[in-house]
Design a protein around this ligand. Structure first.
Ligand code: NDP
Length: 297
């Protein structure tokens, strides 16, 4: 039996359409468009593509998209000044600093300059603290997208064993917290964990976020499990550049119940969740109620 595919493209398109409808409603009611400011430092080619896509989708969702570019040699003080200005600017609802930053920049200091009320990437200490304490807040986009996709497979996740591979601040740690908030039993594994294949075979929900092409093999999967592959690995295969996930898709889909492809799985959800966060921030800053569907996500 082959697994059902969790179609992130379709799920993301549906979420973006809901955000767009709510954006237009905000505009009709209050003559306001939520505004997302994206700061790009340096000229990393992958980051340029990510930022271009974010700006395009922000506009398509009926929001204002503002782009700020600084050269790779920009000083820490210049970057902090830019982020602090956007945090203080009343016209801006969301501030996102595209990672990774050039090596001379202290990423924690830059994140600390983002007003937590505008932290649409959910990466500040305030957002992480709220998530860890089970309080409402802006959630990191990629793991939030994972929860939404898992719910497409099983509406009720309570009591399921979720194993998260990878403990980064961007994906693994918040994924563990978000699935805990769904009343899953969570195991957070990393490069020092023992017997990963055996750990993974205990997972009803397996999230792979390690950045190692096809590390998770088919016999690591519990039959019927939900497999969410966050990995995006650019590798050369037969002389061609291809994108591979962290899961060996063909093998894993023979055992999984549901699985995300790469590309077209978790990836598209990231920007859709960013737009949902921007809408949330725009409403929360003005003490306006969230649309009911957004409050329930
Ligand atoms: P990081 O490199 O920051 O973290 C990788 C994590 O995986 C670390 O916790 C590391 O453990 C763990 N790890 C590495 N090797 C192994 C191993 N052999 N066994 C067990 N654990 C291991 O990566 P990110 O979390 O930022 O990203 C992970 C992947 O997800 C990447 O491929 C990235 O491109 C992709 N990604 C995709 C996004 C999307 O939108 N779909 C968004 C963000 C990332 P330790 O802590 O012990 O070193």
């Amino acid at each position: 039996m082959s697994a059902h595919i969790l179609d992130g493209k379709a799920a993301a398109a549906a979420l973006r359409a809901q955000v767009r409808e709510a954006s237009e409603a905000l505009h009709s009611a209050h003559a306001i468009r939520a505004a997302l400011a994206v700061v790009l430092i340096g000229d990393d080619p992958a980051s340029q593509i990510y930022v271009r896509n974010k700006l395009r989708e922000t506009k398509a969702a009926g929001m204002l998209s503002l782009e700020f570019r600084l050269p790779a040699q920009a000083s820490q003080a210049q970057i902090l000044d830019c982020v602090a200005r956007l945090s203080a600017d009343d016209c801006v609802d969301g501030v996102l600093v595209q990672m990774p930053l050039p090596p001379h920049v202290d990423a924690s200091a830059v994140l600390a300059a983002i007003d937590p009320a505008k932290d649409v990437d959910g990466l500040t200490e305030a957002s992480a603290g709220r998530l860890a304490q089970g309080r409402p807040g802006l959630r990191p986009c990629t793991p939030w997208g994972c929860v939404m996709l898992a719910k497409q497979a099983w509406a009720q996740l309570a009591g399921l064993h979720c194993v998260v591979l990878g403990r980064s601040i961007l994906v693994g740690r918040p994924a563990a917290q978000l699935f805990l908030a769904q009343d899953c039993t969570v195991t957070l594994a990393h490069s020092r964990s023992r017997d990963l294949p055996d750990l993974c075979r205990q997972a009803d929900i397996l999230i792979a976020a390690v950045g190692r092409p096809e590390m998770v093999r088919g016999d690591w999967i519990k039959p019927g499990a939900i497999v969410l592959d966050v990995g995006i690995n650019r590798v050369e295969k037969d002389g061609k550049a291809v994108l591979l996930g962290d899961v060996a898709f063909a093998e894993a889909s023979l055992r999984a119940g549901w699985i995300t492809p790469v590309p077209g799985g978790v990836g598209p959800m990231t920007i859709a969740c960013l737009l949902a966060n921007t809408l949330t921030a725009a409403c929360a800053r003005r003490n306006w109620p969230l649309p009911a569907w957004l409050a329930k996500l």
